[in-house]
Ligand binder design. Structure first.
Ligand code: IMP
Ligand code: MG
Length: 183
């Protein structure tokens, strides 16, 4: 039985079933590409936790998981590309096959910084898997090998994505009613 949709949600954009189906498709593609190898999934806290958990369980390829927390300087709705590490990886990633897992790529600035940071640590390879990508992301040339859904440039919540730390727990991706932001 699925949970009630909170009244603050105006519309469900991507349903729980659509997300799960897409993760299965991405996992299959990743399994084919990494056949015979091991993957180090690097999740970016906190947004990526849901994708991390579901993707890791959908993959046949053996994985280990690391998390990083970063904060970009700038306002809450636009990122500047200047990034501060709040929590670094616990281990070295040299000679590992790193797959960075992201919830959404918006401007792409955070990811751009993160990829340079990862590559400087001497991994065997670095690729990116993101559930959502917004058109702005195309402006910076960040190579995202696995993308779930390309969505319009609008603010969404759910499945790891928050507004003021709320709604991360929703199993779908949706749009909030405008009065939520006004309040
Ligand atoms: P950017 O790609 O550097 O602009 O930053 C992407 C980050 O901004 C994501 O990891 C989210 O934390 C946040 N973000 C971007 N778009 C949304 C959204 O629609 N809802 C919630 N958070 C978002
Ligand atoms: Mg994020």
């Amino acid at each position: 039985m699925s949970r009630a949709v909170p009244p603050e949600i105006a519309e469900i954009l991507i349903s729980e079933q659509e997300i799960q189906d897409k993760i299965a498709v991405m996992a299959k593609a990743i399994d084919e590409d990494y056949c015979g190898k091991e993957i180090l999934l690097v999740g970016v806290l906190k947004g990526a936790v849901m994708v991390m958990a579901d993707l890791a369980r959908a993959l046949e390829t053996p994985v280990s998981m690391e998390f990083m927390a970063v904060s970009s300087y700038g306002s809450s709705t636009s990122s500047s590309g200047v990034v501060r590490i709040l929590k670094d990886l616990d281990r070295e990633i040299s000679d590992r096959h790193v797959l960075v897992v992201e919830d959404v790529i918006d401007s792409g600035l955070t990811l751009n910084w993160l990829l340079r940071n990862m590559r400087s640590r001497g991994p065997a390879s670095v690729e990116v898997c993101a559930l959502l990508r917004k058109p702005e992301a195309a402006k910076v040339d960040v190579p995202v090998k696995y993308v779930g859904f390309d969505i319009a440039s609008e603010f969404v919540v759910g499945y790891g994505l928050d507004y003021a730390e709320r709604y991360r727990d929703l199993p779908f991706v949706g749009r909030l009613k405008p009065e939520v932001y006004a309040g």
